[in-house]
Write a protein that binds this ligand. Structure first.
Ligand SMILES: O=C([C@H](O)CO)[C@H](O)[C@H](O)COP(=O)(O)O
Length: 206
């Protein structure tokens, strides 16, 4: 099980600072959507330069122009890009085609997906990796909970989980045996990000 650190609502310097503090505890660095909107691919390139041996995910949250956006992110050094599950199947396919060219991966974000029919469609598209995700705004009504695993039960996908997971709930999230646990604010806004990341790493990896 891998720990992915999501960098959201941070300045350029804060991103680098929190990564310097947590790099030994995290497997995957996520350059968050808002950070990408602020700084573009330049920050993906910077993170790649400073953390050459980490896997980097660019949380593009692509919903159209999949091929173009995937080229931007992989070209800047990302290993994984995200595309929204509600996108056209052509967008998802174009994103996956570009990922193959770059030897990269695509994570399909299941934000707001409620029905397993969508998962059937994604399976037919040969999607390999999905994320069960409670968005920041939706978190006002509750964070990620293990009931969400039902959506993907029986499908062959690798699964990431995200949405308000913290030191107290990481164990619960890990109990569903996802492949990746994504944590953002609980680490980046902690008094000591290094200790928070290490505590979560220990909780999910034992
Ligand atoms: O994808 C995310 C969200 O939509 C904001 O862009 C976050 O990276 C993800 O939810 C993890 O962050 P936390 O919820 O703060 O743990």
């Amino acid at each position: 099980m891998k720990l992915q650190l999501a960098l959201d609502r941070l300045t350029w310097d804060e991103c680098i600072d929190v990564l310097d503090q947590t790099k030994n505890s995290v497997d995957i660095i996520e350059v968050g959507t808002g950070v990408i909107k602020e700084y573009g691919m330049a920050i993906v390139r910077e993170v790649r330069k400073r953390f050459p041996s980490h896997t980097i995910m660019a949380d593009m949250k692509t919903c159209d122009a999949g091929g173009h956006e995937a080229k931007q992110a992989f070209g800047a050094g990302a290993n994984i890009v995200t595309v929204m599950a509600f996108s056209s199947s052509m967008t998802i396919q174009d994103t996956m085609n570009v990922a193959r060219e770059y030897d990269g991966r695509v994570m399909v974000d299941l934000l707001e997906v409620q029905h397993r029919e969508k998962l059937n469609e994604l399976e037919k598209l040969d999607v390999a990796l999905v994320s069960l995700h409670i968005g920041k705004d939706r978190q006002k009504k509750g964070a990620f909970n293990t009931d969400m695993f039902q959506l993907v039960e029986g499908f062959p996908f690798e699964v990431a989980v995200a949405g308000g997971i913290d030191e107290t709930t990481a164990g619960q999230a890990a109990s569903g045996n996802p492949d990746i646990i994504i944590v953002g604010s609980a680490i980046t806004k902690a008094d000591n990000p290094s200790i928070a990341a290490e505590n979560i790493r220990k909780t999910i990896k034992g």
